[in-house]
Design a protein around this ligand. Structure first.
Ligand code: DOR
Ligand code: ZN
Length: 490
């Protein structure tokens, strides 16, 4: 038997189907054997994982690594180091950088910056009015997928018009490429925010008042309509409101290819935390009233919400603690703390480890066409593994984050359950709880990993794709035909 590079012995392998004691052998970055210890090939190195669990590395569909444009907030090196320390092996980065990822040049800049990544990555490029004619070009340049900022947020990128969104979906549907949507209604929010500001409000609760749940309900409804019409694949980012779940349930039942993420902050925090934390917890969409928390858990459990992402959105402490809530930048770091926070909920028996793996790895791998190669610990898959210790307790500390953003609403939270080792394609990025500095740059674009079969586009008859230059034999509308002209001449 060919010898392996690494053998992980004594741990329990987790999948949505079960938890089984098994050893895992790795060679050339791939898993080459999973099973009884006696059946393992010889290996150059052994890692003991007694009492620990082997999870497929987490795949975070939603991070902002800020590079290029805001290197004081985060860089690819620091953001991806945070990911590695959080048991994450693949991230998808958002396009609201500077320049925004809406041209080949900007995309090339981002891919250059990502050469310093500790994790594998996908790049969501920008879908907007100015980029809709460039979508195929951006895919050729290395984008994996797109993001539409239907609701305004950090970076102030203009929301795509409904027309541009429809056209974008018409272009992407036959290609099978998924678009992430920040689903909030910009017009509702802009008017509300102005009214609140005119009234002199600068307190934390005003942020939620400016972005009511109806803004999310309306935008999700609109996006689902366009997705269903065209057959395009869509992904709802950071789902926050209980009230819009019925739209997702109904759309999924009708076969709309929509995937949905929520984030730990919407499951576990609410307005009481906003009162306590103010601008530190300012995020778009806002953390809402406590009544939203449990329905979001229920939706994860029943599959209406597919996955956990983080919306890792780093800003500096100064940018998060200004006097007026409107002056505090929105978002906070999350890629490093997601796993301990969620494992703590598993320890509290709010979900099983099998559920967690479905939300953190399997569902995102499926949504982005990576499943089989990533998202699962099986022979032939990438050896992307988080080895977790479910007993280890600690307290999250913002000052000890790898992220440049040393401010977090999770600061001081007691957790139980940590990744102790992270492997990306067989190489340690986190070992014994420490970042492996040498693994900087080991991350690669997932662009080459297998993709899903493309779906059939729908309703192409009057698609913008069907518009061609004046077709031969069609008479200009302004000229009445001969019979009508004769009639008119009488
Ligand atoms: O609060 C947020 N911050 N929400 C987003 O959608 C974007 C993010 C950012 O980039 O800072
Ligand atoms: Zn975001």
């Amino acid at each position: 038997m060919k010898s392996a590079d690494l053998l992980i012995r004594g741990g329990q392998v987790v999948s949505p189907e079960g938890i089984v004691p098994a050893s895992v052998a790795i060679a050339d970055g791939l898993i080459v054997a999973v099973g009884h210890d006696d059946l393992m090939p010889p290996a150059r190195e052994t890692l003991r994982a007694d009492g620990q669990y082997l999870l497929p590395g987490a795949i975070d569909s939603h991070v902002h690594f800020r590079d290029p444009g805001y290197p004081h907030k985060e860089t690819w090196a620091t953001g991806s180091a945070a990911a590695a320390c959080g048991g994450v092996t693949t991230v998808f980065d958002m396009p609201n950088t500077n320049p925004p990822t809406g041209t080949r040049e900007a995309l090339a800049m981002k891919l250059k910056a990502a050469e310093r990544s500790f994790v594998d990555f996908g790049i969501h490029a920008l879908l907007g009015d100015d980029t809709v004619h460039l979508l195929e070009d951006l895919l050729e340049g290395g984008a994996t997928s797109f993001k539409a900022f239907v609701g305004n947020t950090f970076g102030n990128l203009p929301a795509p018009s409904d027309g541009a969104l429809l056209e974008g979906f018409e272009i992407l549907a036959p290609l099978g490429v998924r678009t992430v949507v920040h689903a909030e209604n910009s017009s509702i929010m802009a008017r509300r925010q102005k009214q609140l500001q005119d009234a002199g409000r600068i307190d934390a609760q005003a942020h939620l008042a400016a972005r009511p749940a109806v803004a999310e309900i309306e935008a999700i409804g609109r996006v689902l309509t366009l997705a269903e019409w065209t057959g395009a694949r869509v992904h709802i980012a950071h789902h926050s409101a209980a009230d819009s779940l019925f739209l997702l349930r109904a759309a999924k039942a009708r076969g709309v290819d929509v995937t949905v993420e929520t984030c730990p902050q919407y499951l576990l925090l609410n307005t009481a935390d906003m009162l306590r934390l103010g601008g530190i917890l300012r995020v778009n969409p806002p953390v809402r009233e406590a009544r939203h928390n449990q329905p979001l858990w229920d939706a994860l459990m029943d599959g209406t919400i597919d996955m956990i992402a983080t919306d890792h959105a780093p800003h500096t402490p100064e940018e998060k603690t200004r006097e007026s809530i409107w002056a505090c930048d929105c978002g906070f770091p999350g890629v490093e703390t997601q796993m301990p926070i969620m494992l703590t909920e598993v320890n509290r028996q709010r979900a099983t480890l099998m559920d967690y793996v479905r939300w953190s790895a399997v569902a995102p791998a499926k949504a982005w066409g990576l499943y089989g190669t990533k998202g699962v610990l099986q022979v032939g898959a990438h050896a992307d593994i988080a080895v977790v210790d479910m007993e280890r307790r600690g307290t999250l500390h913002q000052g000890r984050l790898q992220s440049l953003s040393k401010i977090s609403p999770w600061h001081g939270r007691a957790v139980q359950g940590y990744p102790v080792h992270t492997l990306l394609r067989g190489r340690f990025t986190l070992r014994d709880g420490r970042l492996v500095d040498d693994s900087i740059g080991w991350g690669r674009s997932v662009k080459t990993v297998q993709r899903m079969p493309t779906p059939q586009p729908r309703n192409t008859e009057h698609s913008s794709r069907a518009i061609v230059a004046h077709p031969a034999g069609v008479r200009p509308n302004a000229l009445p035909d001969d019979a009508v002209a004769a009639e008119l001449a009488r």
